[in-house]
Design a protein around this ligand. Structure first.
Ligand SMILES: Nc1nc2c(ncn2[C@@H]2O[C@H](COP(=O)(O)OP(=O)(O)OP(=O)(O)O)[C@@H](O)[C@H]2O)c(=O)[nH]1
Ligand SMILES: [Mg+2]
Length: 226
C-alpha cells in the first residue's frame, strides 16, 4: 500500500500562512511573541501581571489558545486591551490559520505588540510557526529541571526562557542552576529570566527584555523605512 506524506503537506501549508502573517506583522511594525509552556506553568498569570504594568495607551492585543473554555480570555479582558480566545476543540496547538482567522476583523494598524498564549503543551506548539518574531518558553519550578533535555525542540527554538513560580523554590526540589544549564546545553546563549507571578519578583527583568525586543523591532522598522 502506498503511503501519502500528509504531515509534511500540513506543515508546509502552515509555513505558507505563517510567512504571510510575518510579512503583515512587519508591514504594520508589530512585535508578535508566541508564549509556550506546559499546562499551568503560568502563561496567563504572566500576561495578567504584564498588562497590569502597562499604561492604558499601550497598543497591545492578545490571542489566547485553549482546547476548551474562554477562561483565559476572560481573565485577560479585565485589563481593557483587545483579547480574543481561540478554542481549538481538541487540537493541542495553535496554527497559523487559526491566528490569521482570529486577526481578520482587527485593525493591525492599531497594534504595536501582539502577545499570543499558545495551548498548554510543551511539544506540539514548537512545530507550528505563527509568524511570531520570537517564541518564549515558560517553565515553572514545579516541573523538574530536566525538562529542557526531555523537550529540547521548544527550548532550542525559543529566544527567552522564563523560569516561573520561583516563590515556590523553598517548597519543591528543583535545582534552578541545573535547569538553566540544561536549557543552555540545548540552546547555548539562551536568555533566561526568573519570575514569580505571585510576588512580582523578576518582573523587572522580563519587562526589560520585552522593552529591548520592542526597541529592536522599532529600530528595524525605521531602518527599513529610510
Ligand atoms: N505560586 C505561584 N503560583 C503561580 C505562579 N504563576 C502562576 N501560578 C498559579 O499557577 C496556576 C496556573 O496558572 P496559569 O497562569 O493559569 O497557567 P497557564 O500556563 O496559563 O495555564 P494553561 O493556560 O492552562 O496552560 C494558577 O493557580 C496560578 O495562580 C507563580 O509565579 N507562583
Ligand atoms: Mg493560560
Amino acid at each position: 500500500m502506498e503511503r501519502v506524506p500528509l504531515g509534511r503537506k500540513v506543515l508546509n501549508e502552515n509555513e505558507r500562512v505563517a510567512a504571510g502573517l510575518r510579512a503583515s506583522f512587519e508591514q504594520h511594525d508589530i512585535l508578535c511573541l508566541n508564549l509556550i509552556s506546559s499546562p499551568g506553568s503560568g502563561k496567563t498569570s504572566l500576561l495578567e501581571r504584564t498588562l497590569e504594568s502597562f499604561d492604558r495607551s499601550e497598543r497591545v492585543a492578545l490571542l489566547t489558545g485553549d482546547i476548551q473554555t474562554e477562561n483565559d480570555a476572560k481573565r485577560l479582558a479585565r485589563f481593557g486591551f483587545p483579547v480574543k480566545q481561540i478554542t481549538t476543540g481538541g487540537t493541542c496547538h495553535l496554527d497559523a490559520r487559526m491566528v490569521e482567522k482570529a486577526l481578520a476583523d482587527w485593525r493591525l494598524e492599531d497594534v504595536d505588540l501582539l502577545l499570543i498564549e499558545n495551548v498548554g503543551n510543551l511539544v506540539c506548539p514548537s512545530s507550528y510557526d505563527l509568524g511570531e518574531a520570537a517564541k518564549v518558553v515558560v517553565l515553572s519550578v514545579a516541573e523538574g529541571e530536566d525538562k529542557p533535555l526531555k523537550y529540547p525542540s521548544i527550548f532550542f527554538k525559543s529566544e527567552l526562557l522564563i523560569l516561573n513560580k520561583i516563590d515556590l523554590l523553598p517548597y519543591v526540589s528543583f535545582d534552578i542552576a541545573a535547569a538553566e544549564e540544561n536549557a543552555r546545553r540545548i540552546h547555548s546563549g539562551m536568555q533566561i529570566v526568573r519570575t514569580s507571578c505571585r510576588t512580582g519578583e523578576g518582573f523587572a527583568d522580563w519587562l526589560a527584555w520585552l522593552d529591548r525586543r520592542r526597541e529592536s523591532r522599532r529600530a528595524a522598522a525605521s531602518a527599513s523605512a529610510s
